[in-house]
Write a protein that binds this ligand. Structure first.
Ligand code: AMP
Ligand code: GLY
Length: 432
């Protein structure tokens, strides 16, 4: 391909608030030629071209990469990464000169297999909860092991389970039941064929993100998300009900430990395993008395964390991404971060994360002022916005202090109305 690379065609895969936030950031770059999002949502529709395809269907993805002359592909969600989209594109002779943000399936195992991630951390002495893993045929060993632990018990399905495969159980009976559901009743299909049982870590969670080309890395703004549906962190786990950035208690001392004990050993470990990794690593961490432990790795950006991280990046984010395959340029690039705080609050369809209705008329989107609105499960039909998912949209505020940012998020979210809308009123409550 002889096409000049000074402006580039970019394709983002995904349809959530995360992908809208990525599209928003990239659309600010002078290096952008055309921006496509597949399948996208009503928010990406306003700033990019949405392409209606099934992103888990390789031939459909390949066809649009060729048709739209895509130079840079950003893979938003985990499924295509874990199933090896990057590998397939790399091995396809019809695809040339495509830069890809997101690891190959070998690297994506850090997220796709909790057992793999735990073994990796054990091998490279990365702090994490003590664990044992069990296969289907080891059901009774798993139960015996549980009996040696004290509550709360942590039981996890090995594979991807859309954030639902982790059980924190108060009683032994509950934990035995979780093991039984996964191993014997295949609650999560093959994802639960292997399970991990680990010790419970008592501390405060935070998330740290890096972008790496496999050699050097850039630390993105940190974030804290609020996973539970109910106020004061109660009720069912969700994809995330809100997030803040930066994390107020993440001081230099803790960050240094995270770098030395977690980020760098992870990158060294990947190198040592000959896993070349280009993309984001999202370290889900827990701070236990000033010491960071890894709860999980993700190999992509978080949703809704992206909606608070990217608005704080001052540098040309697209430029950084373009240099993913140019080691010396990537290393040279500086990542400038705005000192201001951001917050995002998610507006959901009542009933989420369980059953909820779609198709409610969303009013007030145009009334949002001095804030960013990121669409998620929302679509536009005949000039009307309609709900189209559990997490409908999020409102990001940015201001010198977190309190002010939250005020912006909350004063704007109130303006948006639809039948059965629900949001948490206490995002940031524990750190403000
Ligand atoms: P994960 O999907 O692995 O991030 O787990 C979901 C949630 O379960 C985490 O955000 C934590 O709140 C909780 N969790 C997972 N593992 C542990 C652990 N070992 N100790 C305490 N909490 C945990
Ligand atoms: N908000 C958590 C995640 O994206 O996995």
């Amino acid at each position: 391909m002889n096409r000049k690379m000074n402006t580039i065609n970019t394709l983002i895969l995904g349809s959530g608030g995360r992908e809208h936030a990525i599209a928003y950031k990239i659309s600010q770059s002078k290096l952008l030629k055309n921006l496509y999002v597949a399948p996208g949502n009503s928010g990406t529709y306003n700033i990019a071209t949405n392409l209606v395809i099934d992103i888990n269907n390789y031939l459909e993805v390949k066809a649009i990469i060729i048709e739209k002359n895509i130079d840079l592909l950003i893979i938003g969600p985990e499924n295509p990464l874990v199933s090896g989209l990057h590998n397939k594109l790399l091995n396809d002779n019809d695809i040339t000169n495509l830069k890809i943000i997101g690891p190959k399936k070998e690297g994506a195992k850090l997220e796709g297999s909790k057992f793999f991630a735990k073994k990796f951390m054990e091998k490279y002495k990365i702090p994490t909860a003590e664990f044992r893993s069990f296969e289907k045929k080891e059901f009774s060993d798993a139960i015996d092991y549980l009996k040696t632990l004290s509550p709360p018990y942590v039981v996890k399905a090995d594979g991807l389970a859309a954030g639902k495969g982790v059980f924190i159980c108060k009683s032994l009976k509950e934990a035995e039941n979780a093991v039984n559901e996964m191993i014997n009743k295949s609650k999560f299909g093959d994802a639960g064929n292997t399970i991990v049982i680990e010790s419970f870590l008592d501390g405060t969670e935070l998330s740290v993100f890096i972008l790496t080309d496999g050699h050097s890395y850039k630390i993105l703004p940190s974030a804290k998300d609020y996973k539970r549906i109910g106020e004061n962190d109660t009720g069912l786990n969700t994809g995330g009900m809100g997030a803040i950035s930066p994390v107020p208690f993440l001081d230099e001392k803790l960050m240094l430990k995270i770098k030395n004990q977690i980020i760098e050993p992870t990158l060294k470990g990947l190198k040592n395993e000959a896993i070349d990794f280009s993309g984001f690593i999202f370290f889900g961490l827990i701070n236990v008395n000033g010491n960071p432990y890894v709860i999980e790795y993700n190999v992509r950006l978080g949703d809704p964390e992206t909606q608070v991280i990217l608005p704080r990046i001052k540098s040309d984010f697209l430029k950084l991404l373009i240099n993913i395959d140019n080691q010396s340029e990537f290393e040279k690039n500086q990542l400038l971060i705005n000192e201001e705080a951001t917050s995002t609050v998610i507006l959901t369809s009542g009933g989420y994360p369980e059953n909820y209705q779609k198709g409610a008329h969303v009013k007030g989107v145009e009334d949002v002022k001095n804030a960013l609105i990121f669409h998620a499960g929302m679509k536009k039909e005949k000039e009307k916005y309609l709900t189209n998912g559990g997490r409908v949209l999020s409102i990001t505020g940015q201001a010198p202090t977190l309190q002010q940012a939250l005020k912006i998020s909350y004063s704007n979210i109130k303006k948006i109305k639809f039948n059965n809308a629900y949001y948490r009123k206490d995002i940031g409550f524990d750190v403000t």
